[in-house]
Design a protein around this ligand. Structure first.
Ligand SMILES: *Cc1c(COP(=O)(O)O)cnc(C)c1O
Length: 364
């Protein structure tokens, strides 16, 4: 077996033990004589997986009882539209624009024709930080943020406080650190970055918000439809939920959210230190205060401070040859990006840091 280190932003690396468990059970799930992906979503065999994944989400993430946990489809991107459809009630929706994913969410509010407003943005500085001057109106229908900006490598280290319901796109940092639920009313994520394969969207939402949607919202796009049926209104992505459940077990076996947060901090420090100690050869995109623990976006600079895109391409190519893939930055900002989600090992980050130091010696 030849497993490489996958630094891709998503779909992304999955713990080896989880893949092996799935492999072991793939053809004959626990002696039932069929695969979990062949089982009816109404069967007892599947129901146990479904119920366990919900219960473990609540337990590990300390989700209070007055929140529903929903397993949906359509990716995080469908949430951009479902949020204004379900939660706008004729007042104002307020957004923070901290990068491409927030911009896409804002675009859907515009398409819905609701009254929306951008209260803070870091666009002027190429989204290199979380805006510092965020002030939401307590009377807004909802307030919207993106907790981790996957492309630019910035992350909130504290959520803004508002009386308006706070909606958080946590697609790229869900389960990476504890959540203060007294500040958050809805949190959602596509599973494919930190919680398994693609196909599943996790939505954790306060029950009082679930009830908000008007009659004009299509059945499948209404949170209430799914909340009322424990996310079994129609066929859920059963195999994705099965994989998600295995990831949750892996998280629990490894000490839960606090333990993974500590591990994430250690990995991120190793990588940021390597960047900071490179005498300006590598330069991080994000300001230090806004640095992400999940996605580290950086450039290789010439001595005059300009990005050296040729060397960046060479870096990505040689890293691939050395068994480290997915390091090319997003097409919108170029440069390099290492995604170091929960499942990336310390060994993987150490291998990258060693490679960075060797590459610098050979190319400066
Ligand atoms: C990847 C990503 C999305 C889009 O997720 P899909 O599931 O592909 O729709 C949205 N928001 C953030 C922060 C992301 O990282």
């Amino acid at each position: 077996m030849n497993r490489i280190f996958n630094f891709g932003a998503g779909p992304s690396t999955i713990p080896l033990s989880v893949l092996e468990e799935a492999q072991k059970e793939l053809v004959d799930y626990k002696g039932e004589g069929l695969s979990i992906m062949e089982a009816s979503h109404r069967s007892k065999m599947y129901d146990e997986v479904h119920t366990e994944a919900m219960a473990l989400t609540r337990e590990l993430y300390s989700v209070p009882e007055d929140y529903d946990i929903l397993f949906l489809q359509g990716g995080a991107s469908l949430q951009f539209a479902m949020i204004p459809m379900n939660l706008s009630i004729g007042g104002k929706a307020q957004y923070v624009d901290s990068g491409s994913w927030s911009s896409k969410a804002i675009k859907e509010a515009k398409i819905q024709g609701i009254d929306y407003e951008i209260v803070a943005s870091s666009k002027d500085t190429t989204y290199d930080r979380i805006p510092s001057d965020i002030k939401f109106d307590d009377n807004a229908d909802y307030a919207y943020i993106t907790s981790n900006n996957t492309i630019y490598g910035t992350e909130y280290h504290e959520f803004p406080t508002t009386k308006a319901p706070l909606i958080v796109d946590a697609s790229s940092d869900i389960f990476s650190c504890p959540i203060d639920w007294s500040k958050v009313d809805m949190l959602f994520a596509g599973a494919q970055k930190n919680a398994g394969p693609s196909g599943l969207t996790i939505v954790i939402i306060k029950k009082e918000l679930v009830a908000r949607a008007g009659d004009k919202v299509p059945t499948m796009l209404k949170y209430k439809t799914h909340a009322d049926k424990d996310s079994l209104f129609n066929t859920p992505p059963t195999f994705g939920i099965y994989m998600f459940n295995l990831i949750l077990h892996w998280l629990k076996d490894n000490g839960g959210i606090e333990a993974i947060q500590e591990k994430n901090q250690t990995k991120a420090k190793l990588l940021y230190d390597a960047i900071d100690n490179s005498n300006g050869f590598y330069v991080g995109h994000a300001t230090k205060e806004s640095r992400s623990f999940m996605n580290v976006s950086y450039n290789i600079k010439n001595s005059d401070g300009e990005n050296n895109s040729q060397l960046e391409s060479k870096f990505a190519k040689e890293a691939t040859e050395a068994g480290m893939i997915g390091l090319k930055g997003h097409r919108s900002i170029g440069g390099l990006r290492a995604s170091i989600y929960n499942a990336m090992t310390l060994d993987g980050v150490q291998a990258l840091v060693d490679f960075m130091q060797k590459f610098q010696k050979e190319n400066s």
